[in-house]
Write a protein that binds this ligand. Structure first.
Ligand SMILES: Nc1nc2c(c(=O)[nH]1)N[C@H]1C(S)=C(S)[C@@H](COP(=O)(O)O)O[C@H]1N2
Ligand SMILES: [Mo]
Length: 419
């Protein structure tokens, strides 16, 4: 089974139609609560205004285990954003100590020795099947490099570049990281568990606390994956960059869903329901769809692939000496196809030149790039980087508005000072 992207999208559109006709099943939440979430999503009521300033840096955050030194991270609510400047001296892979953290609640402490993964549901040919950590480790392993990127990465630019109010965490560009993940193929585990021919959805669920939002208990973090994606390139990962998965990134086992929005990559997975009916949870109904002008009232199809972005490895407002040579570096990535080329402007978009790519472009990963710059005039300047991917998609000047500020893909203006 190796579906084309078009079949993933086609399936998601179909499930969406089933939802509006009442034919999909709500998993672990009342249908009227889902309806309420959908209704709330279609109006732009900022829960966290995108313009909100981050918490004062204290070097740590309750709910996150690893230290969050302010030179590496900016804390936003229960989450920590990687400062892009701190990636300048790293290689292709993001070290775990500077990988962003997105927690709906808090990092749980899961005992690996007593942990098990339960696979269950009417989409199996038999009853539930448990896999211990040791049993997973005994299955054939596979490794791949993949980025994990929050669907809301870049959200703050809806406000700062486009003057639009959207709800959600006000990330700049650092809700992304790329790592080498090792684990077992989800397809191997599903086959061993006896996935049947009529299975359509696979629903992994985290062991972290239930999420309470505006007084509604949404249950534990869970988001259905179409079976075509689940059987394709998804990993149950137990290692990150050659080390056991750290607590904040899903220990002992998380999903890696290459090229898809971050929320698909369920951390601390405890069970997986296999269903022969389409499933609905808050994370593929009111959340993680596009709402607003140009979208149906029940929202777009659930988000799947990430979009295209570029970022400079620089602090905002970084200073550069006039008439000296500087090397500007950054990264570009796309969930659609490998990045093909990157163009950089150092004069606010009047002139562009190609950046030198420093990595072989690969699907589901990012490329590092550089450009040399000798600034001529002192004063403020704006740097821009624009990527094009192998499908011909190019970063636009603006992103179409959606109420929750997902999938920002426009070129970002990076202010600097020439001294
Ligand atoms: N169980 C669980 N899985 C989760 C989440 C969560 O809160 N709980 N957050 C999701 C979201 S929205 C994102 S963007 C990624 C972030 O992964 P990271 O924290 O390892 O960077 O994890 C996803 N998996
Ligand atoms: Mo996310």
């Amino acid at each position: 089974m190796s579906p084309l992207p078009s079949s993933e999208a086609a399936y998601d559109r179909m499930r969406l139609g089933q939802w509006s006709r009442g034919r999909a099943r709500s998993a672990g939440i009342a249908r009227r609560d889902l309806m309420r979430l959908v209704a709330a999503a279609s109006v732009a009521a900022p829960l966290v205004p995108a313009s909100a300033s981050p918490a004062r840096a204290t070097g740590s955050l309750p709910g996150v285990v690893k230290p969050l030194p302010p030179e590496l991270f900016t804390v936003r609510g229960t989450n920590a954003e990687t400062n892009f400047a701190s990636l300048r001296d790293t290689g292709l892979l993001t070290p775990a100590d500077r990988f962003f953290v997105r927690n709906h609640t808090a990092t749980p402490s899961v005992d690996r020795a007593s942990w098990k993964l339960t696979v269950w549901g009417d989409g199996l040919t038999g009853g539930p099947v448990d896999f211990s950590y040791a049993a997973l480790r005994a299955l054939p392993s596979t490794s791949r490099t993949a980025f994990v990127e929050c669907a809301g990465n870049g959200r703050s630019f809806f406000a700062s570049q486009q003057g639009q109010e959207v709800s959600g965490t006000a990330w700049t560009l650092g809700a992304v990281g790329a790592a080498r993940w090792r684990g077992v193929r989800l397809s191997d585990v599903l086959r061993r568990a006896g996935i049947g021919r009529h299975a359509v959805d696979v629903l992994p669920r985290g062991l972290d606390d239930e999420v309470i939002s505006d007084g509604t208990n949404l249950g534990r973090v869970r988001r259905p994956l179409p079976v075509a994606k689940a059987m394709d390139d998804v990993l149950l990962a137990y290692e990150m960059n050659g080390e056991p998965l750290p607590p904040d990134h899903g220990a002992p086992v998380r999903l890696i869903v290459p090229s898809w929005v971050g929320v698909a990559h369920i951390k601390w997975v405890g069970d997986i329901e296999v269903s022969d009916e389409p499933l609905l949870t808050p994370w593929n109904t009111g959340l993680y769809r596009l709402f607003g002008p140009g979208h149906p009232p029940e929202g777009s199809a659930p988000l799947s692939r990430q979009t295209l972005k570029s970022a400079f490895e620089l602090e905002p407002g970084a200073a550069f000496a006039t008439r000296r040579g500087h090397r500007l570096t950054g990264r570009s990535w796309s969930g659609g196809a490998p990045v093909r080329s990157v163009a950089v402007s150092t004069d606010g978009g009047a002139h562009w030149r190609p950046a030198r790519l420093r990595d072989e472009p690969r699907a589901g990963s990012w490329v590092r790039w550089s450009v040399d710059w000798i600034p001529e005039e002192p004063g403020p300047a704006v740097l821009l980087a624009r990527a094009t991917d192998g499908s011909g998609r190019r970063q636009p000047d603006t992103t179409a508005y959606n109420t929750q500020g997902y999938l920002f893909d426009a070129v970002v203006r990076h202010p600097v000072t020439v001294t």
